[in-house]
Design a protein around this ligand. Structure first.
Ligand code: FEO
Ligand code: CA
Ligand code: CA
Length: 751
């Protein structure tokens, strides 16, 4: 037993004497800069959801359905190999191009890119999954399709979709114009315009969301069953088929204006398509929420003072096949929203609820309790992005009532301001909110983007004096936006990220998933503390386990509303887990992303290390100047992206166990348990993203300077497949993003 583990058990024992298991979570330990908090001693009994049974009962259930943790490429404690033995046992490691599971588990492929769905096809890069049951063994599986991985998508498109793309001709033509072109302004009879339109439409068809009906057979296997509700909502829905998406809330007052500062598509409150659909949420009334994330890759993000879009020309089509909205003249202010869809209604092609704000939405954490206002939590996944909460004006009567969707039409959007002492407040994003921007010197990277006036858009502010003069010039958010009261509110919601920066919301470390435990505690995955061109996190809040600045491996935070009230304007927060190497205070994974709770209240976490870092050799831990490597330079140690269970209760509380890793160059996304816990739906996104089709079982051999759980350095020789043949796994198979159902071969609960 390591020192940290002993400390943790001591801590748990001490806490048990003063804190009832299962009571409302309150941060016992607060993360402050340099506080040397590590994962072992911040996980504590108070993280338990209130509905979790008494300790002994939980233990029995957990023990009965335990799984043997997967031996990943990096040593960690739950794999019972002593630190002394690890250099020998981990000296060689072979990565497999597959979803690799503990013994006794298997998976069934349910759907793959290109499969027929309704009058369209299963899209690319499946992300969020939502299972809404219609019976014990059947239901609607709603799937997000986030983006196309250009190189591999283009390489495999003719084989999978059965027709060529004019990509070679377009790439050749773009060479003459610095590898990009404003296709919006090309003449209609220019053949290049038609070719770019064809590529853009195919890429947008492969994004959006889809509904498929699935059933479990007597053998336990899940498979699709054709259903009248099977359908696709794509990036071009409405463009040619009249199936526009709808919109609600104050931004519709901007969409329907006839005279605007910038660009209007002339469609009023109707919207063409949805794209960049990353993670999401599922309501207790059976609708699915789909989060539009990196919309700025396809359309301009910046808007004018009245909330109107910049011209489509502001985001040109380029050689990476970004700027897909350019040739189609899409209005940028109509993307970056949350879409609500009722999977059971074949006529529903989605509604964008603008009270939830426009930013790079990762997901939605839903809190709907009888007699309370509705609270939806969502993070903006960019470096320096904020955590937001929407609170409805009305209250929920019956959480399962489908009319609850109407509560999304009126309320208020808030952005979180965290204090280093473990408290925080929600800042309303309305015209009366004072302008009070954070100072650039307080964030990693030293830059805060603020609304640029009078031009519109934003300016990157690096000087504290400039931020202070901005505050002196504009008293309230209403001074930054134009229009009637409702139009100003609409413009603030459209420009939510920059309005929140002006209001002084905390810049954070790329918030990914937001998931609400049964007791109302919010868990948030902050995936990376490294700053970048969009900004960086607050240096006093986002601190590594040993006091590190710009900590790359990420955190999981819990947030408890004051008095456990969903509408509270203040909260407490604490970091409950750190990514990172076990000997440095991490749990053995890096870059946490999607979260999911199992029936026992354990937290499941998938990782999203960027593909270029996967298995990148780390032959030594010092650079050429003799400085210790850190941050992204060490991500190769962790191997492929993976899925972990963090045990929150019972004898093994505080332990992280790897349950799966994914095929080569992929991200596992969308974990979703059936209510009985016997099936875990999960998606593998972008297999083969770097190297495309794995050719003739190509394999590289690389060296990694790993650390034992006690901190001793040793070398591992690792076999790394190049590219992917998943899911079909023959030597010539093309890699296809696909959705699977994981289950025990012998049946029963997964955990
Ligand atoms: Fe699409 Fe933030 O993950
Ligand atoms: Ca994600
Ligand atoms: Ca991600």
């Amino acid at each position: 037993m390591s020192l940290k583990r002993r400390q943790f058990l001591l801590f748990l024992g001490a806490a048990a004497g003063t804190t009832a298991v299962g009571t409302l979570a309150q941060p016992l330990v607060r993360a402050a800069k340099g506080s040397n908090i590590n994962s072992a001693n911040v996980l504590n009994a108070t993280t338990l959801p209130a509905s979790v049974p008494a300790k002994n009962a939980t233990l029995a259930a957990t023990d009965a359905m335990a799984f043997e943790p997967l031996k990943g490429p990096m040593p960690y404690e739950a794999v019972k190999i002593s630190a002394e033995q690890q250099p020998t046992d981990y000296a060689q490691y072979t990565i497999q191009d597959d979803i690799v599971l503990p013994e006794g588990f298997t998976y069934d492929v349910i759907a793959a890119w290109g499969d027929p769905v309704g009058d369209s096809r299963f899209g690319y890069n499946n992300d969020y999954l939502s299972f809404v049951p219609t019976g014990p063994d059947e239901g609607y599986l709603t799937v997000n399709f986030e983006y196309v991985s250009t190189k591999t998508w283009e390489q495999t498109f003719p084989t999978v979709i059965g027709k060529p793309l004019p990509s070679a001709a377009v790439l050749k033509a773009l060479e003459a114009t610095e590898n990009k072109v404003d296709a919006f302004l090309l003449a209609d009879d220019d053949p290049l315009k038609a070719q770019i339109e064809e590529i853009s439409k195919e890429a947008l068809i492969d994004q959006g969301l889809g509904v498929i009906f699935v059933q479990r057979g007597a053998d336990g296997q899940w498979a699709r069953a054709e259903n009248v509700s099977d359908r696709r909502i794509t990036g071009i829905s409405g463009l040619e088929d009249g199936r526009y998406l709808k919109s609600t809330g104050p931004a519709t007052a901007v969409f329907t204006k006839t005279i605007v500062n910038g660009y209007s598509d002339g469609l009023g409150d109707k919207i063409v398509g949805t794209f960049g659909n990353c993670a999401g949420g599922t309501t207790p009334w059976g609708t699915v929420l789909s989060a539009e994330e990196n919309f700025q890759d396809q359309v301009p993000e910046a808007v004018h003072r009245d909330g109107s879009a910049f011209s489509p020309s502001a985001k040109e089509f380029d050689q990476g096949f970004d700027g897909q909205g350019n040739v189609l003249g899409l209005a940028g202010n109509k993307y970056g929203w949350i879409v609500e869809v009722d999977p059971s209604n074949p006529q529903d092609y989605g509604t964008k609820h603008t009270w939830l704000g426009r930013y790079r939405h990762e997901a939605v954490g839903v809190r709907a309790e009888a007699g309370q206002q509705l609270a939806f939590y969502s993070g903006c996944d960019r470096r320096g992005g904020h955590l937001y909460k929407f609170v409805s004006t009305g209250t929920v009567n019956d959480p399962t009532d489908k009319t609850n969707s109407a509560l999304l039409v009126d309320g208020m959007l808030y952005a979180a301001k965290f204090e280093a002492d473990g408290t925080g407040q929600w800042l309303p994003l309305n015209p009366d909110t004072p302008v009070n921007p954070v100072l650039p010197s307080t964030v990693a990277g030293g830059m805060v983007p603020l609304p640029q006036r009078p031009e519109g858009g934003f300016a990157k502010v690096t000087d504290d004096a400039v931020a202070s003069s901005f505050k002196a010039k504009f008293a309230t958010l209403g001074d930054l936006y134009d229009g009637s009261a409702v139009e100003k509110q609409g413009a603030i919601l459209i420009d939510a990220h920059y309005a929140a920066n002006a209001a002084g919301a905390t810049m954070t470390a790329r918030p990914e998933d937001t998931d609400v435990a049964k007791d109302g505690t919010l868990f948030i995955a902050f995936t990376s503390g490294t700053p970048g061109g969009d900004g960086g996190p607050d240096s006093s809040i986002f601190v590594g386990p040993n006091g590190e600045d710009e900590y790359e491996a990420g955190w999981i935070m819990k947030l408890s509303e004051t008095d456990n009230d969903p509408a509270a304007l203040t909260f407490d927060w604490a970091m409950v887990a750190n990514g990172g190497e076990p000997s440095d205070g991490g749990l053995g994974f890096a870059n946490p992303d999607n979260l999911e709770f199992d029936a026992q209240g354990n937290l499941w976490v998938v990782t999203d290390m960027s593909t270029s870092s996967h298995n990148k050799a780390v032959p030594k831990r010092l650079d050429d100047a003799g400085q210790a490597l850190g941050g992204k330079d060490l991500l190769g140690l962790y191997g492929n992206n993976s899925l972990w269970q963090i045990v929150l209760n019972g004898d093994n509380a505080g332990e992280a166990k790897m349950f799966a890793y994914g095929p080569m160059e992929c991200e596992l996304t969308g974990p979703f348990f059936t209510a009985d816990g016997s099936t875990l739906f999960i998606a593998a996104q972008h297999p083969g993203e770097t190297n495309g089709i794995r050719q003739a079982m190509a394999t590289d051999i690389r060296e990694f300077s790993l650390q034992t759980t006690a901190g001793q350095t040793f070398i591992q020789t690792r076999q790394v497949p190049l590219g992917s043949n998943w899911p079909e796994k023959s030597e010539t198979s093309v890699p296809k993003p696909s959705v699977v159902a994981i289950r025990r071969i012998a049946g029963g609960s997964i955990s």
